[in-house]
Design a protein around this ligand. Structure first.
Ligand code: ADP
Length: 169
């Protein structure tokens, strides 16, 4: 079984997946991409590396009983896709505090308000495989417990349970 944990940068994916009780191995995909240079080039405008999705898919191919954590995790095969959600104002502040430019922090917050990653997750995997978790006002431990519940099959799929569109007004 393979579980993807995705969400806009700053939603707390890295923090929560480091606290899981599950025996599944946690793969922090962005570290793998960086260390193994699974990239096709550089996006100069955004100053980021472009991920080689085919190379990542091959690397993931035979890994079983893993939690794959990344804002790209929904791009790959998975039995379940967990989408962490968080109020855009909180994301903007966190990303700014972690050193991102005001423009990049705002862009990610807007993307969260527009449900961009949730939309891609549902498009790629179908509503029955998607589990949305609103992390706003939840501790990292509580978010980890929700993820563990999905892995244990104790949660129903869900999508579209949050509305952050106020941020865009
Ligand atoms: P991501 O991996 O999704 O980019 P991180 O796990 O790196 O997000 O978390 C981004 C920032 O938010 C970090 O400073 C982290 O300490 C903080 N954080 C993560 N989850 C929570 C939470 N549930 N409550 C409060 N702060 C959190």
């Amino acid at each position: 079984m393979r579980v993807a944990v995705t969400g806009t940068p700053g939603t707390g994916k890295t923090t929560a997946t480091d606290l899981l009780a599950s025996d599944f191995e946690v793969i922090h995909l962005n570290e793998v991409i960086r260390e193994r240079e699974l990239t096709t080039g550089r996006d100069d405008e955004r100053d980021t590396l472009i991920t080689d999705l085919d190379a990542v898919a091959s690397w993931l191919d035979d890994r079983e009983d893993v939690v794959v954590e990344s804002h790209l995790a929904h791009e790959f095969d998975a039995d379940g896709v967990i989408v962490l959600r968080c109020a855009p104002e909180v994301i903007e502040r966190r990303l700014h505090e972690r050193g991102e430019s005001a423009e990049s922090a705002r862009e990610n917050a807007e993307s969260e308000a527009l449900d961009v990653i949730l939309g891609h997750a549902v498009q790629n995997h179908g509503e029955d495989a998607v589990y949305e978790i609103d992390t706003t006002d939840r501790t990292p431990e509580a978010v980890a417990a929700e993820i563990d519940a999905v892995i244990a099959g104790e949660r129903e799929p869900s999508a579209g349970t949050v509305d952050y569109t106020d941020y865009l007004r």
